[in-house]
Design a protein around this ligand. Structure first.
Ligand code: NAG
Ligand code: NAG
Ligand code: NAG
Ligand code: NAG
Ligand code: NAG
Ligand code: NAG
Ligand code: NAG
Ligand code: NAG
Ligand code: NAG
Ligand code: NAG
Ligand code: NAG
Ligand code: NAG
Length: 414
């Protein structure tokens, strides 16, 4: 898609309610044009005809630090028209609050920043937070934007005032719902999608004031506003399929296992998992560790490797893991107080203006805090012994045996 070239005379069809620094904006447009980013410069110009666009121009011209991910002219030419049809949201997702100049992460470590995209039609995170953008240096030495069907890499970096301009090779698309993300970007989650679709649980719909049987897929896809799902990939699920199928008759148990893969009420990104514990939607402890091999999650007796962090969704975040967390324990009161404290934290949060989960010096923030949520001390988990203890297959087998006993010996894989 190409935009009609416009002169640096700026459109003014809507009265602006936001104070803009015209000296700054004119200089910025000139900088973009000088760098050959003429399409982006013309987007900037057209933005001033919408209220959201005017807000974005005002924000960028405050002098506060931002990172602008700036698609090249070729990138705009190659972008599908449905991506570029909503210029305000498009531009908002390319603009990240903060100065990230001291932060560089090598994948699977990820840098995350809060964008200005907060249109409730396309973002439904907790506390109406804006959507985040994730990027990392891949093994080719280039900085890649994550979660993009059309691979986008940073090809150049320039600056204007306190604005860092990262030139990128493809227009970015913002996160979509789970069911729209799996087929286009994450085929490793196809088996999980059909598993979630097959489990119906009673669900209270606040807008209709009715409780009806709803698939967990529907709940994840559209009911939750702010969640973190640790999603077993297809091979993890396939290796457990027989035992999970044997559980089908006991929806309660299946739901507990699935809820032990979920944090309800908070989107927790990979940079925030380091050295932290969270409470699952089943009320159980989720412990996280990181070492040279990567990031790990432990629930009950299962430790899984996070093999793809930060799959961003319109209403939450998914981290892909290589094992099913076979934890059949639950604690309903711990679960509800964790949601309550997550909800209250989200309501009081202000938008981040620096890398999420990192300090300005690129070292990981050490949160000298206790467990998130309201889980009582005295954890039931035996995680410490697992780290030096039995082999993972043994642990999985132990967990499976327990499930097998619970469902009356229907377990066929052991
Ligand atoms: C945007 O439009 C308003 C009037 O609605 C005008 O005051 C402002 O200067 C314009 N901004 C730019 C960057 O042209
Ligand atoms: C507007 O931007 C210019 C150029 O960045 C800067 O020199 C000036 O101080 C800014 N004015 C205000 C009122 O912030
Ligand atoms: C850049 O940020 C610094 C510190 O926040 C501020 O003092 C300075 O005025 C800003 N520069 C511009 C051009 O706005
Ligand atoms: C644009 O259309 C393509 C093809 O129909 C689709 O896969 C993609 O999800 C759409 N993107 C957006 C942002 O709607
Ligand atoms: C990721 O960060 C952790 C913790 O700072 C570090 O130990 C690890 O080496 C990093 N991994 C990469 C690939 O940079
Ligand atoms: C989006 O953010 C802007 C600036 O903070 C704010 O004025 C607007 O109300 C927000 N929109 C929503 C839907 O929260
Ligand atoms: C970002 O902060 C560093 C200091 O930490 C400073 O040297 C640099 O100029 C800043 N960059 C921008 C674009 O504001
Ligand atoms: C399902 O599992 C739960 C938890 O172990 C147990 O309390 C319940 O009796 C089981 N229900 C059936 C129908 O087996
Ligand atoms: C998440 O929390 C909300 C608010 O307490 C609750 O209504 C919902 O049932 C919970 N969902 C899950 C999957 O635990
Ligand atoms: C973990 O394993 C121990 C020892 O086999 C067992 O007693 C405990 O119930 C298991 N915990 C879970 C959550 O499966
Ligand atoms: C996290 O959970 C593990 C396992 O239960 C426990 O050993 C550890 O102390 C907890 N860490 C924090 C910070 O609460
Ligand atoms: C990292 O931790 C995981 C999970 O405890 C363990 O399996 C793996 O061997 C560890 N890797 C290194 C290099 O210590």
């Amino acid at each position: 898609m190409k935009f009609s070239p416009l002169p640096i005379a700026l459109l003014a069809t809507v009265p602006s309610v936001f104070a803009q620094n015209l000296t700054f904006l004119t200089g910025l447009l000139q900088t973009l044009q000088n760098a050959g980013l003429t399409q982006l410069a013309s987007v900037g110009t057209q933005l001033n005809s919408t209220t959201t666009g005017q807000y974005l121009l005002a924000a960028i011209s405050t002098g506060d630090p931002y990172v602008l991910f700036a698609p090249t002219d070729d990138a705009f030419s190659n972008a599908p028209s449905n991506v570029t049809s909503d210029l305000s949201n498009l531009f908002a997702y390319h603009l990240v609050s903060g100065n990230f100049s001291d932060v560089a992460t090598n994948y699977p470590n990820v840098t995350l920043g809060r964008t200005l995209l907060n249109d409730t039609n396309v973002v439904q995170l907790e506390g109406n937070k804006s959507q985040v953008l994730a990027w990392a240096v891949r093994s080719d030495g280039k900085t890649h934007i994550l979660n993009q069907a059309n691979e986008s890499v940073v090809t150049n970096m320039i600056s204007y005032g306190n604005l860092t301009i990262n030139v990128i090779s493809n227009v970015l698309s913002y996160p979509q719902s789970f069911v729209n993300t799996v087929p286009t970007d994450n085929s490793s989650l196809t088996a999980l999608q059909s598993t979630l679709n097959g489990v119906n649980v009673p669900y209270y719909n606040a807008s209709t004031s009715q409780t009806s049987d709803t698939s967990i897929l529907t709940i994840i896809n559209s009911s939750l506003h702010g969640f973190t799902l640790f999603a077993p990939n297809s091979s993890a699920l396939e290796s457990m399929m027989d035992s999970l199928q044997s559980l089908e008759s006991n929806t309660t148990l299946l739901q507990i296992i699935l809820n032990n893969h979920l944090i309800n009420g908070t989107s927790v990104y990979s940079s925030e998992l380091v050295g932290q514990n969270y409470t699952s939607a089943a009320g159980e402890n989720l412990a996280f560790s990181i070492n040279a091999t990567g990031q790990y999650i432990t629930s009950g007796n299962t430790t899984a490797h996070i093999i793809q962090p930060d799959v961003l969704l319109s209403n939450g975040v998914v981290h892909v893991i290589d094992r099913v967390l076979l934890n059949t324990n639950s604690d309903a009161s711990a679960a509800s107080s964790a949601v309550a404290s997550a909800t209250s934290a989200a309501a009081h949060s202000t938008t981040e203006t620096q890398p999420i989960g990192f300090s300005q010096t690129a070292t990981l923030v050490s949160h000298s805090g206790a467990s998130h949520g309201a889980k009582a001390s005295g954890s039931k988990s035996s995680a410490p012994s697992i780290f030096g203890g039995p082999d993972m297959l043994q642990i999985i087998t132990m967990g499976m045996t327990i499930v097998g006993v619970l469902v009356g010996g229907l377990l066929t894989v052991a």
